[in-house]
Design a binder for this molecule. Structure first.
Ligand code: GLN
Length: 493
């Protein structure tokens, strides 16, 4: 019999509806899986057993009384540890927030709870979501479930790893420059960044507010759509959230791609991209053409400057957002003679090296005399990138590229070279700068047995066509491989 932890959300939800098993049994299966995998994986920072069992039992009682809330009722889901959870420690994988217990739930967390989902726990990340490998966590790295010597990607590496091994059915992550899509690609699962404003950011600890979006990581495209549907939509607590009804992305999955025009981004299909990644990308594009799509090559000339613009805008916003962590209100406080000394010591001891690097870069880029040359210039580049995308979407419905230039790299390999690390997001950052939705879908393995993801991008609020194409990519790839850490040899010692 298949282990319950290996079911998709739609299978698990049907099983619950048919009374084949209970939400408590689903949760037990997921926690059993975590017991086996966590010692090596370290995907979770906190597992909230008590809260999770209470939620699972409540879901079982609702179903018994005929009051099921929807497809997520009773489904165990993990939350990135930069999402505020009432009564459950929220650290952002930083020392500076050690011991911080939020008095409120992020809107996405509240919506998942209303949908009946069972919050299993909080997943590991790069400190304050700054990184591409989860090595910047103050609590130690997460490992890649396909090869524990390698990174799971980041910053939502914990979320991606636990979904890949089955210690959660899905997870929420945040994506500022690729932090959902890149770890999804490196762990062989689906990861989706919605249109900026589709999902409320209220209760997401801010990194770069004009780029941050919350989105789902799941094992199938359909499951990702199910989770997104539960959390999307206007929220009075987030002034940047869209007031319109969310797009009907859940209904486009079976439509196929006949008649759609798909653009392959020329700038992301050459130098700097691993040949095996390129070959699998081309094969996936060929399958889309065989399924009836018209495939053309499209140029986005400004994306060559996306990385440079991002590494001015994101640090500038982070230097402002992280000013609130001063030892006065939250988490760590290192005492000093004066208030100023206390704040300086708290920040010096509480933040890790990468976070300090970003604050310094951002403060510099915003300082008088340099503001126009750095931050102002980067904003102009951002406008050019938006225009490139807008022009492309006049001729194509969606764009595709690799999600990550390489498959999972070794722990430590890029840790001492920030630029090599930053390059990990070269394909994903443009969509954040444009504010557009994008998704990564697993399409195959490289010769080392490591997963490769295809990125699909769509215009703002184009989630319907995005999921339509993603579902076809998934059907075409027939990706069924499972990571080593979730296989039966590890499961049954
Ligand atoms: N890796 C990128 C960075 O470090 C993106 C991170 C993210 O999306 N949160 O800024």
């Amino acid at each position: 019999m298949t282990d319950l932890a290996d079911l998709t959300i739609s299978e698990a939800s049907r099983g619950l509806d048919d009374g084949r098993f209970s939400a408590r049994e689903l949760l037990e299966a997921v926690l059993r899986r975590a017991t086996v995998t966590e010692a090596q994986l370290h995907g979770y920072l906190t597992i909230d057993r008590e809260g999770a069992f209470a939620a699972a039992d409540a879901a079982d009682r609702r179903r018994a009384a005929g009051g099921r809330r929807g497809p997520l009722d009773g489904i165990p889901i993990a939350l990135k540890d930069n999402l505020c959870t009432r009564g459950v420690e929220t650290t952002c994988a930083s020392q500076i927030l050690a011991g911080y217990v939020p008095p409120y739930d992020a809107t996405v967390v509240a919506r998942l709870r209303e949908a009946g989902a069972v919050a299993v726990g909080k997943t590991n990340l790069d400190e304050f979501a700054m990184g591409s490998s989860t090595e910047n966590s103050a609590y130690g790295p997460t490992r890649n479930p396909w090869d524990p010597e390698r990174v799971p990607g980041g910053s939502s590496g914990g979320s991606a790893a636990v979904v890949a091994v089955g210690s959660a059915f899905a997870a929420l992550g945040s994506d500022t420059g690729g932090s959902i899509r890149q770890p999804a690609a490196l762990c062989g699962i689906v990861g989706m960044k919605p249109t900026y404003g589709l999902v409320s950011r209220y209760g997401l600890v801010a990194f770069a507010s004009s780029l941050d979006q919350i989105g789902p990581l799941a094992r199938t495209v359909e499951d990702a759509a199910t989770v997104l549907a539960a959390v999307a939509g206007w929220d009075p607590h987030d002034a940047t959230s869209h007031p319109e009804e969310p797009p009907a992305f859940h209904r486009s999955l079976e439509r196929g791609v006949e008649g759609l025009r798909i653009g392959v981004v020329a700038e992301l299909m050459g130098a700097g991209i691993d040949p095996e990644v390129l070959a699998e990308t081309r094969a996936a594009v060929d399958r889309l053409a065989a399924a009836g799509a018209e495939v053309v090559e499209v140029g986005l000339p400004s994306v060559d400057y996306a990385l440079s613009a991002y590494y001015l805008i994101a640090p500038a916003e982070c230097s402002s957002n992280l000013a609130r962590f001063d030892g006065v209100r939250y988490g760590l406080r290192v005492e000093g003679g004066t208030a100023e000394e206390m704040m300086a010591r708290t920040r010096a001891e509480g933040f890790g090296a990468e976070v300090i690097r970003r604050i310094l870069l951002g403060t510099y880029a915003l300082s008088a005399g340099y503001y126009e040359a750095f931050y102002g210039q980067a904003q102009k580049v951002r406008t050019l990138i938006r225009r490139d995308f807008a022009a492309a979407y006049e001729t194509v419905d969606v764009l595709v590229s690799p999600t990550s230039p390489t498959t999972a790299f070794r722990l430590g390999e890029r840790a001492s070279d920030p630029l090599a690390m930053y390059y990990s997001d070269v394909c994903t950052i443009p969509s954040n700068l444009a504010g557009d939705p994008a998704i990564s879908v697993p399409i195959g393995l490289d010769s080392r047995g490591l997963p490769i993801g295809l990125q699909i991008m769509a215009p703002a609020l184009g989630e319907e066509v995005l999921f339509q194409v993603a579902a076809e990519v998934e059907r075409g790839a027939g990706f069924a491989a499972r990571p080593r850490l979730a296989s039966s040899e590890v499961m049954e010692p």
